[in-house]
Design a protein around this ligand. Sequence first.
Ligand code: PHE
Length: 391
Amino acid sequence: MYTVTKLEDYSPAALDMAVRELLSALDSESKGVNNKSDWKNFRDRWMARKNGILTQINDLWLKAAPAAAKREVGQRVNELKTCVTDIVETRRAIVESGLSKDAIARVTGVEARIEVGQIVAETRGRRLELDQLDITLPSIRRPIGAEHPVIKALNEIVSVFKAMGYSVSEGPEIETDYYNFEALNFPPNHPARDTQDTLFIAGQQSKPLRDRLLLRTHTSPVQIRTMEKLAPPIRVVIPGKVHRNDAPDASHSPMFHQVEGLAVDTNITFCDLKGTLDHAMKALFGSSVRTRFQPSFFPFTEPSAEVAISCIFCGGKGCRTCKQSGWIELLGCGMVDPNVFEFVRANGYDPAKVSGFAFGMGADRIALLKYGVDDIQLFFQGDVRFLEQFA
Ligand code: PHE
C-alpha cells in the first residue's frame, strides 16, 4: 500500500520520481473502485482534510521543503491536487452511472486517460477535464465530407459517356506549349493564341518555345497525349482543371473545369458528333432538351461548331437566364483537323485513313445550370454552408 514519505532530495528528477510513484498508486487504486462504498474509502484516503494523501503531501513535501525548492514543489503539489480531484470525480461518475467500466470506457475513452503516463503528461500542461464528463451527451460528430458540386457534375458527364463506351483519360495541368498549342494547330504567334492567354511558368526563356511550361488553357492537349499512347480506334473523355486569363465574375473564373471528348475511327462523320452530343445533353438535362449547332472556329477542328441547348428554364421561350434567346451555349466541338493528325501520324493516325470528332464542355457551367447556382465564384470560395447543400 502506498504511503507518503518525506523527501530527502528536492531535485527535479527526485520530484518526478515521487510524483510518478504517487500517480501510479492513484491509478491502480482507482481501478479497484467498483461501488459507492469503495468510492467513499477511495475519496477519503486521498482527499480527507485530516490525513488524506493530499494533506500529507502538503505537509511532508511542501511545508517541509527548503525555501529554494518551495516554488517547484508547490507547483507539483498543485498539479497533483487537480489530478487526484479529477480521478476521484471520474470514479464517482462511473460508480453512479451504474454502467460497467467497459461501457463507460467505450462511451468516453476515459479508461485510456486514467493511464499514469497520460496523467503525467496532462498534468504538466493543462487541467484534466474528466470531471466535466457527461455521458448523456451525444457522441462526437464526425461530419462526412460531401462531393464538391463541380466534381459531381464532372462525374455525371463522364458517366454519360462511359455508358456509350468511352474510357477516361487524364493529363497534366502544367503543360508544355507544344501540347497546349502547337500540336493543336496553334502555330507560334498565331492570333488564335490570344483567346487563350494563361499563366506561364517563369524563367524558361532558355528553352525552345515548344518545351516551355504553362497552365493548360483547355483539356484538348490530352487529345494529343492520348493519341500518342493509343492507336485508333479510340473513344475517350478527359475531365480536368484548366486556367485562363479571365477576370472573375458571376460566370467566369481564371480556373475552371472541362470535359473533353475525342472519338477517332475509320469512318466518323459530323452526324456521329451531332448524335453523340444530342444524346449527352438529353442525358444530362432531360429528354425534352434540344441542341443547336452553329458554325464556329477552333484551330484544331474543321469544321467547328458551337453547341447550345434549348433553355432548361423557359423551354426556349426566352427568359433572363438565356438572355431572351431561348438558347444556352454550352460547348465547342468539331471534326478533328487533319493537321492535328499529322502530329500523331506515326501512331496510326493517317489523316487519309482516319477521321474523328472532338468536343470540350465547361463542367462548372453545367454544374451552375444543373444545380441552379447563379454565381460560379461560390464553387471556389470554400464556404461549407454553400457546399454542404450538395451533400
Ligand atoms: N478546347 C476548346 C476550348 O476550350 C473546346 C473544344 C474542344 C473545341 C474540342 C473543339 C473541340 O474552347
